[in-house]
Design a protein around this ligand. Structure first.
Ligand code: SF4
Length: 440
């Protein structure tokens, strides 16, 4: 049997696309391998949202070039956002790459691979889709799975490359989404995360009238599904209908990723985020008030062009005021084609690093404090793994998406939902013991 190696950079959307790609290769007789040395085909699924992963792709390709020298039939494909962005240029630059395909070409992958097998070097970065259609595909068995509900983005935040590489917003038809979730549940999945660059815009370009909140109600009805999550929401579109859905639908977990990006309304305006800090804060405080136990997470960019020390201080103030359970923070780096890339990148690298350190240090203190507040609480945990070292230690996540390591005298199964008392708080996770287990 031939072997496929896939390396995925970037977001959950890329992870989902990699699963789709693996299923196409499986239909052609390929087994997945983690060991590049035994692979016959390598696929690098790339991300161009920040500069760092872009450079990582280049170094990964260097490694593959070396392999190809010793194994001439070894094939290399590059896909995802970098492929979409660079297209033919990529094939010219890396003459040992056999296939470059964009984010819309996965539906055409079989015919592209036919050409590669005939010895051709191929590039397909056509957008060519009027609507987003993803047929249900076979996947590795897991308890938790992603389901793409839309792709692309119409928001054009001034720093973001996504609208240029993922195209305009396109929603998937609700029936196709429901079929995929039913298929996953029938195959053992307990938790589904609905994916989109801006899930709140779901449905806007479909013939039938449906909002994202209405889609949540439909997915929620699927028997056997235990937990439902979604990412990412845009704060400007985050409204009461979504707060009500999270509050009223028991399968929706009390977890909301709502990227603020900066605490200064002046910087938010330059970022073209279309909300002020005060508007954002009022929305999340309302959501927190209406949904007990709601956990919030966010993304931040430090060192955006023109960000002064006063602006930066507002980001620190926002962290203190909102108290996220976790954040992702990055240093600003200009991305091609974006509006901000035309402005002077005037915060020095050293200053960006200092600001990033400060943000992460403050957040780490807040996370530790929040983690301590879980001690003594009784929580519902979805079991996702067992320790390799000790078969009595399991790992899972609570409804707030926090990792919980569980000590259990019961023999738990992956996919079980157990009641756990939290006994200890670690820096980035919790420890607990099972207090109730119905068994299976
Ligand atoms: S909402 Fe803004 S940051 Fe998010 S994908 Fe769209 S353009 Fe990028």
């Amino acid at each position: 049997m031939s072997k496929l190696y896939i390396r995925t950079f970037g977001c959950q959307m890329n992870e989902y696309d990699s699963e789709r790609i693996a299923s196409v290769f499986a239909e052609r007789g390929y087994d997945l391998t983690d060991n590049i040395k035994e692979a016959d085909f390598a696929v690098i699924n790339t991300c161009s949202v920040r500069e760092k992963p872009y450079h990582k792709v280049e170094s990964e390709l260097g490694r593959l070039k070396f392999m190809k020298r010793n194994k001439p039939n070894f094939k290399i494909a590059v896909c995802g956002c970098v492929a979409q962005q660079d297209g033919e240029k990529f094939l010219d630059r890396f003459d040992y790459v056999d296939l470059v395909f964009g984010t819309s070409a996965i539906n055409r992958l079989h015919s592209l691979l036919d050409l590669v097998e005939q010895g051709e070097r191929v590039c397909d970065v056509n957008e060519a889709e009027d609507e987003l259609s993803i047929p249900v595909f076979a996947r590795e068995k897991k308890v938790s799975a992603f389901v793409t509900i839309m792709k692309g983005c119409d928001n054009f935040c001034s720093y973001c490359i996504v609208p240029y590489v993922r195209g305009r917003e396109k929603s998937r038809k609700p029936d196709e989404i429901l079929d995929e979730v039913k298929y996953l549940v029938d195959n053992g999945v307990k938790e589904v995360t609905l994916l989109g660059q801006n899930v709140n815009s779901y449905g806007k370009n479909l013939d039938e009238t449906i909002t994202f909140a209405e889609l949540l109600y439909k997915v929620h009805e699927i028997n056997g599904l235990e937990r439902l999550r979604f990412v990412t929401s845009h704060p400007k579109d985050f409204g009461d209908d979504l707060i009500f859905a999270i509050r009223d639908l028991p399968k929706i977990c009390e977890y909301l990723h709502l990227p603020l990006q900066a605490g200064s309304s002046r910087i938010l305006k330059l970022m073209n985020r279309k909300y002020s800090y005060e508007e954002y804060r009022d929305k999340v405080l309302k959501a927190k008030e209406m949904i007990p136990d709601l956990a919030l997470s966010s993304d931040f960019i430090v060192g955006f062009p023109g960000e002064t020390e006063d602006d930066f201080e507002m980001t620190l103030k926002a962290l203190e005021e909102i108290r996220y359970e976790s954040i992702f923070a990055f240093k600003y780096s200009p991305r091609p084609k974006t509006k901000a890339s035309m402005w002077e990148d005037d915060v020095s690298e050293e200053e960006k690093s200092r600001r990033l350190d400060e943000v992460l240090k403050l957040q780490s203190k807040i996370t530790e404090e929040i983690n301590k507040s879980y001690v003594g609480k009784v929580q519902e945990i979805l079991v996702e793994g067992v320790s390799k070292k000790d078969k009595n230690v399991f790992s899972g996540r609570n409804r707030q998406n926090k990792v919980v390591n569980i000590l259990s005298n019961y023999k738990l199964n992956i996919g079980d939902i157990v009641t756990v008392e939290i006994t200890e708080a670690k820096k980035n996770s919790l420890l607990g013991r099972v207090v109730e287990y119905a068994g299976r």
